[in-house]
Design a protein around this ligand. Structure first.
Ligand SMILES: Nc1ncnc2c1ncn2[C@@H]1O[C@H](COP(=O)(O)OP(=O)(O)O)[C@@H](O)[C@H]1O
Ligand SMILES: [Mg+2]
Length: 222
């Protein structure tokens, strides 16, 4: 599903302050895997996830997604892949404040324009029930607890049935019981929907449940 070959990423802040965040990163992830990306804070986890999610670019190397060379695609094609084939759970949730739970989750469906308006509400209701936040459907996202906002972020990431789900420290703000519910959701998507999942985390509770652990240290895969 994913092949990275010698990816390098430098955040440029003027010569002496450049940050070489990813150093010759090469890795493969097979379809159907549930993988943890583990490393201390600042090791490059978010940078790597953003590149995999086509949210950020890189300085050198190749990224193949389902056999397609992302490096060679145009921005429209990349935007389509990002919106329709990849679900991203951001570290800071990235919810749109001032909007309801329903509107936040509807956004990817409206953007991809493939689901009939009459089906959108059914689909969202189903996912809200599954995640236990149906009663919050019409509430503004900022009125929800951290754990509930996390569920909205997950709902939005999976509403388009993505092939690949990328989650950046998804349990960072959650208590153990909510973390367990969230892992149950990821296991269900992995086993029953065939989703490939990569979770950046330093929480042993999470990485011990994954099929494989990829370790990153100072921008290098160990
Ligand atoms: N937008 C940015 N501009 C400059 N440096 C950045 C930026 N984002 C991340 N970095 C730096 O890149 C390195 C890797 O960061 P990051 O990928 O966020 O690590 P992690 O997610 O593992 O904590 C760190 O040294 C961080 O300070
Ligand atoms: Mg991070």
């Amino acid at each position: 599903m994913i092949e990275l070959v010698n990816i390098n990423k430098v955040y440029r802040k003027g010569n002496k302050n450049d940050v070489h965040a990813l150093k010759d990163v090469s890795l493969n992830i097979e379809e159907g895997e549930l993988v943890a990306l583990v490393g201390v804070s600042g090791s490059g986890k978010s940078t790597l996830l953003h590149i995999l999610g086509c949210l950020d670019d890189y300085d050198s190397g190749e990224y193949y997604f389902k056999g397609r060379n992302i490096t060679k695609l145009g921005s429209k094609q990349i935007a389509r892949i990002r919106n329709e084939e990849i679900g991203f759970v951001l570290q800071s949730f990235g919810l749109i404040l001032g909007n309801t739970v329903y509107n936040n989750i509807a956004l990817p469906l409206l953007l991809s324009n493939k689901t009939k308006v009459s089906e959108i509400e059914l689909k969202i209701d189903e996912i809200l029930k599954k995640l236990g936040i149906y009663q919050k459907k019409k509430n503004l996202v900022e009125s929800l607890s951290g754990g509930q906002q996390q569920r909205v972020a997950i709902a939005r990431a999976i509403i388009n049935n993505p092939l690949l789900i990328l989650a950046d420290e998804p349990t960072g703000h959650l208590d153990r019981s909510t973390s367990k519910d969230m892992m149950d959701i990821f296991h269900d998507l992995n086993k029953n929907e065939g989703a490939t999942i990569l979770i950046a985390t330093h929480d042993p509770f999470i990485y011990e449940q994954c099929h494989r652990i990829i370790r990153i240290d100072d921008g290098r895969i160990q």
